[in-house]
Design a protein around this ligand. Structure first.
Ligand code: NAP
Length: 275
């Protein structure tokens, strides 16, 4: 039981398709004790059965990260109910829909601010508020995507947010390393979740990645969950500030993958059509 004796909090489970749910399951299977959060009353009822399945007991707390007072209240509730904790999973992102399709140049200023606030600054704020209860060998994990490193069609505003998030991981890792707190990110390949549904032509992205990744398939929340559990556990005690790709290897490709026919001629594995 790799996570036996570890306690932590997971932010960002919307349903059983969420990446955070995959991470939570992997941690539970390895003996971790957890708390989870929900965005608002509408989601509390939806998450209650998931909290039960994850054996969270009554540790199901509200936390809309756009409300600083809710992050403070989360810290207080965790301290009261769990004492010290050993891990935090930040699996949260949001951008207004005008930031996820169309011309990049047209992104409105207020949409930019909202995306950076919820998808990036919240990591700093959550870690700062929970720092007093983090143990001296603890681990923080957030989720990124390749669109923060290279241009991906329609990822637009979220690409800028992920670039900022990845640098935030590195600056936090340096700052908190002396306190025994590690900070890492998983850059996951595309997965069909609620958040992903907001990205223009997402089904095209899924097909393209599956066709051109070295492993020729998309990743699952179970695969991301297992890698996440490793980064939260002591198995990764020498790892911090890392952006760990769990994407079937897609990020190493410099060109689309090719297939060879019987005559030895090469063809692009799938040249895709947008519609
Ligand atoms: P998801 O299931 O929709 O999870 C996103 C979570 O963010 C939801 O639980 C959502 O809550 C929460 N959230 C949004 N605004 C919030 C706020 N103000 N306060 C607190 N929580 C808030 O989608 P997901 O794909 O698993 O996304 C998790 C993370 O993985 C995100 O950072 C995403 O960018 C990243 N990621 C996803 C993919 C992919 O292809 N799916 C690939 C790489 C990285 P509600 O649902 O309750 O609104």
């Amino acid at each position: 039981m790799i996570m036996k004796g570890k306690k932590g909090v997971i932010l960002g489970i919307a349903n059983k398709k969420s990446i955070a749910y995959g991470i939570a399951k992997a941690c539970q299977e390895q003996g971790a004790q957890m708390a989870i959060t929900f965005l608002n009353d509408r989601f509390e009822q939806k998450l209650a059965p998931i909290a039960e399945e994850l054996e969270c007991g009554t540790r199901l707390y509200p936390c809309d990260v756009s409300r600083p007072e809710e992050i403070v209240a989360l810290g207080e509730a965790l301290e009261r109910d769990m004492g010290q904790i050993d891990f935090i999973v930040h699996s949260i992102a949001f951008a207004p829909k005008e930031g996820l399709s169309g011309r990049f140049v047209d992104i409105p200023k207020d949409a930019f601010g909202v995306a950076m606030d919820i998808s990036v600054y919240s990591l700093i704020e959550v870690v700062r508020e929970l720092k007093p209860i983090l143990s001296s060998s603890s681990s923080v994990l957030t989720l990124s995507y390749y669109g923060g490193v290279k241009h991906i069609p329609n990822y637009n505003l979220m690409g800028v947010a992920k670039a900022a998030l990845e640098m935030t991981v590195k600056y936090l890792a340096e700052d908190l390393g002396k306190d025994g707190i590690r900070v890492n990110a998983i850059s996951a390949g595309p997965i069909k979740t609620l958040a992903a549904a907001g990205i223009g032509d997402f089904s095209f992205l899924l097909k393209w990645n599956a066709a051109h990744a070295p492993l020729r398939e998309n990743v699952t929340i179970e695969q991301v969950g297992n890698s996440g559990m490793y980064l939260l556990s002591d198995l990764s005690s020498g790892v911090t500030g890392e952006i760990h790709y769990v994407d079937s290897g897609y990020n190493i490709m410099g060109m689309p993958a090719v297939l060879f026919d019987e005559d030895g001629k090469s063809h692009i594995a799938w040249n895709g059509e947008l519609k």
